[in-house]
Design a protein around this ligand. Structure first.
Ligand SMILES: Cc1cc2nc3c(=O)[nH]c(=O)nc-3n(C[C@H](O)[C@H](O)[C@H](O)COP(=O)(O)OP(=O)(O)OC[C@H]3O[C@@H](n4cnc5c(N)ncnc54)[C@H](O)[C@@H]3O)c2cc1C
Length: 370
């Protein structure tokens, strides 16, 4: 037996688990599934705190950055990986969580029409953008004086369903401890970590915005659940905000979001946030709006808008920085981190937690929402 395999064998015998994971938002849940699929023993410690991003995530997967109509970071590579991951999860758990859909962008001015035309002609975005007719949008009471474009390969992930099913699977295997882990509860040894009765070769911190990792930028987001009677949309629509039909919540019920705010991120839902969202809905339709719910969370973004991954200590690693596109990013990130920790693959410098762009003296983030 070679030295590396012998070491892996001894670890398996010596420790209760292969990996301990802190936090079970999208990052922790997707990583757990990825590692378990590779035959690794995982134990998760999690307590949902107020502000957890995954609890309120709308689940929209949009490969196009609407501000400029360019592809989001590595979308061509990430999208098939995300689709395969969530579809496979659904099949294994007897639920449908990944829903391919069209996303309709309403153009507020002729400038956006030109920008979209350029996207449709550009090599990388042509495949994702189109100006097909949307009779449903055209006949609905929606303001679209300059027309609309369609993102052809968008999707919606049922995040609550995904997280719930993932939790059930963990509980069934006794692989989840539902408690907050404080810093002093983590014992670090030269070749393993311990939390309570659990020991493992690796601890991976998937703590979202609830940590002080270097380069992490917490960004607050608020959203509304509304009823807009008579609107009858079945597709996602975007104009400044997303309007996402939620037929499972009732007829003409939509989730609308979200705001972006970089200060006082933990203050919870605000009157100003609600007013801003209602103003944006008024830009989409004149139909009366009934607010059913107002929610809010804190996105774990990073200074340069890239994920934060990698080994941070002898037995410790980080998986963070999913920002506003966690659904799309998480499966690729989980695979990449698993390859790095367990298959000796080099970490991509663009996502490394040690990259210079995350240091506090690096240029400040571009604080414009994507
Ligand atoms: C309003 C809003 C709308 C969004 N909409 C979308 C969307 O449509 N599409 C999309 O792709 N993304 C969306 N996002 C972004 C997405 O929610 C995030 O990218 C993603 O959820 C981040 O996941 P995470 O696991 O890193 O963090 P979190 O979801 O915050 O999860 C971390 C969890 O770990 C727990 N935890 C932390 N430390 C510990 C500890 N020491 N012990 C135990 N538990 C711990 C926390 O309580 C928390 O529940 C949205 C975000 C917001 C705020």
């Amino acid at each position: 037996m070679c030295h590396v395999r012998m070491h892996a064998f001894l670890c398996r015998v010596a420790y209760t688990d292969d990996v301990l994971i802190l936090g079970r938002g999208l990052a922790g849940a997707v990583l757990t599934e990825t590692l378990r699929a590779r035959g690794l023993r995982v134990h998760v410690f999690h307590r949902t705190r107020t502000g957890s991003a995954s609890v309120v995530a709308a689940g929209v997967v949009n490969p196009v950055v609407f501000r400029r109509d360019v592809l989001s970071w590595r979308a061509t590579e990430l999208l098939p990986i995300a689709k395969a991951f969530y579809t496979d999860f659904g099949v294994r758990n007897g639920v449908e969580v990944w829903h391919p859909t069209e996303l309709v962008k309403l153009f507020p001015s002729p400038k956006e029409v030109d920008q979209w035309a350029r996207a449709m002609a550009a090599h990388d975005t042509a495949h994702f953008t189109d100006r097909r007719a949307q009779p449903e949008v055209e006949t609905a009471s929606v303001h679209a004086p300059h027309g609309h474009g369609t993102v052809t390969q968008a999707a919606w992930l049922d995040v609550p369903m995904f997280l719930e099913k993932q939790m059930e699977a963990l509980l069934q295997h006794g692989a989840l401890t539902e408690e907050q882990v404080h810093a002093e509860a983590i014992e670090r040894q030269a070749d393993h970590v311990r939390i309570g009765a659990h020991t493992a070769r690796w601890l991976v911190r998937c703590e979202g915005a609830f940590t002080g990792a270097e380069g992490l930028v917490p960004v607050k987001g608020e959203g509304l659940t509304v009823r807009i009677s008579g609107l009858r949309l079945t597709r996602m629509v975007h104009r400044s905000v997303f309007l996402l039909p939620m037929p499972s919540l009732g007829e003409d019920v939509y989730r609308v979001g979200a705001t972006f705010k970089w200060d006082n991120v933990w203050e919870g839902p605000t009157v100003q946030g609600r007013a801003w969202l209602l103003e944006k809905i008024a830009g989409i339709t004149d139909a009366p709006v009934e607010v059913l719910d107002h929610w809010c969370g804190v996105r774990p973004a990073s200074r340069d808008r890239r994920p934060i991954l990698g080994r941070t200590g002898a037995c410790e690693a980080v998986f963070n920085g999913l920002g506003s596109r966690g659904v799309l990013l998480a499966p690729w990130c989980a695979q990449h981190l698993a390859d790095h920790l367990f298959a000796g693959k080099a970490l991509d410098p663009e996502v490394s937690h040690a990259r210079p762009a995350l240091r506090s003296n690096a240029p400040d983030t571009d604080r414009v929402p994507e």
